[in-house]
Unconditional design. Structure first.
Length: 67
C-alpha cells in the first residue's frame, strides 16, 4: 500500500496487497474501526463504509487468477 490513509484519501494497491481490508496496518490507532474486507476486483476500487477511505488498484495492475 502506497500511503497511510486518512479520511477522504485514496490508497493505491498492487496485486500483492490483496485481500484488502480496512483499517489497514498503516492506520493510526485512534482511527481504528471494525475490520471490513473490501472487494476491489470488480470495479478496481472500493470505499470503506466506516471511514470513507478509498482503496483502488494502481493503473495497469494485473490480478492473479481466482480474484
Amino acid at each position: 500500500m502506497s500511503q497511510s490513509p486518512t479520511q477522504n484519501t485514496a490508497v493505491e494497491l498492487d496485486a500483492s496487497d490483496l485481500p484488502v481490508f480496512c483499517p489497514n496496518p498503516k492506520m493510526t490507532l485512534w482511527s481504528q474501526h471494525p475490520r471490513v474486507y473490501l472487494d476491489v476486483t470488480h470495479e478496481g476500487q472500493a470505499r470503506c463504509p466506516y471511514c470513507s477511505t478509498l482503496y483502488r488498484l494502481k493503473p495497469g495492475v494485473k490480478l492473479p487468477h481466482g480474484h
